[in-house]
Design a protein around this ligand. Sequence first.
Ligand code: CO
Length: 217
Amino acid sequence: MLPEVKRLFDRNRMWAERLKEINPDYFSNLAQQQSPEILWIGCADSRVPANQIIDLPPGEVFVHRNIANIVVHSDLNCLSVLQYAVEVLQVGWVIVCGHYGCGGVRASMMDDDNGLIDNWLNHIRNVQRLHSAELELLDDHRRERRLCELNVIEQVRNVAETTIVRDAWKAGAGPEVHGWIYGLGDGLLRQLCVQKRGDGELNVLRKSLEEDCDVHP
Ligand code: CO
């Protein structure tokens, strides 16, 4: 085995041993079932690991990640995760979590040719067009940060508009859908919006988080 790979297996064994020291039945209990309360839809960025950010152990968070935390109504992967989370696991919350300094959001604002991924980034370009009046008033740095926020808010709308969530809400069940954004520069989460069963409109909690601008890349 390559030393780099062996190192990962060593780390895994030490991690499992540490957890078993705290609770010898930890893995045997967890292997029986999962009952997470949260579905996390986040960015694939290595700096935004779902469980670590909210400091929750295995078994507590059902996770879907892709570039720039996008929810597309024709993405069978994301919709299958959402359906399983809502209908089988019956999670209480879906959290769409974006982050400032998102490479996908940044790339969507450039004219560069990125190949296939540009098709994916077009979903963020749609968000940009939808909010162009607001975004055009901002300087480059603030525009990028605001687009990171608006992208989360629009993806929360997309989650709430799926047949999966609409049908669950109609049946008097279904999760709350929250939009959060994470600061790479300080490790902190901020709440952007929330939509619950019975809410006609998306409840946007913070219009803009511009006051936090200086502390983030
Ligand atoms: Co990102």
